[in-house]
Design a protein. Sequence first.
Lengths: 117, 174
Amino acid sequence: MSVSEAEAELSEDERAGLELIRQSGGIHQSDFWKELDVSSRKGSRIAEALASTGLIEREDTVYNGHNTYYLQPAAKDLDFALLMAGDMLSPFIGEEEINANSDAFSQWLMNLAYDDY
Amino acid sequence: MAFEDLLNDPVIQKYLHELVGPTGMPVAAAPPDGEVTDEELAEDLDLELNDVRRALFILYENDLATYRRVRDEDSGWLTYLWTFEYENIPENLKEEMHRLLEAIEQREEYERTHEFYLCEVCSIRFEFGEAMDFGFECPECGSPLESMENNHLVDAMTRRVDNLRDELNVDATS
């Protein structure tokens, strides 16, 4: 199932939850259900359902001294075009180390500045 | 073909091209569903077996393909059965966004704290100290070096840093 199909099949609560996670960029599950104004049990079910579709990532974490989950949008929702300057991709792809003074990176930065005009 | 959603993204196409190069691109651009052998790919795509293997191992090194080995009972030869793991592409690109952010931040600091001089003929840029050592004359062509503003560059960097931090949900460190 593709991402858009998975999204079309969400319940209203799940859709609201997904929206909240996307808008916040990342939120702890213990804040998530409060913001959504649902019970913690229901909040947990929503987060679980979203994680199982791959629309969000759900990781164990400790927050304010208790165990909870950190919920964030799936990486595939990121704007990968931010790796581009003009038609040039980040020069660090395929490189072990990043070198902020390399010629390739200077070229990338020139493209970035030029693209801005 | 699998992973069509991802492969429609021009940035992802560019990413794969960067990894495997032009010869490997037919392999990287058309991942089949399920398992496939290197020989099947070479046959289907009409490529040299070596080029196919090279592309597959690059994908493997980048967590974008896995293989299992099966021994043919008659011949005793090993067959490699490959699976494309392109669901890892977004995670890899996310990591690349973090690396790019770090590099721009480092470079931004350098750009802000140095003065630059330019030879307008050769388009070569020098740091203040270098320019002074050359007596503010281009060592290539002898033209006078002119003081160079980099505000525009720094502004463009700052904007991209803000956008990346926002997208990756990273707080400003300074």
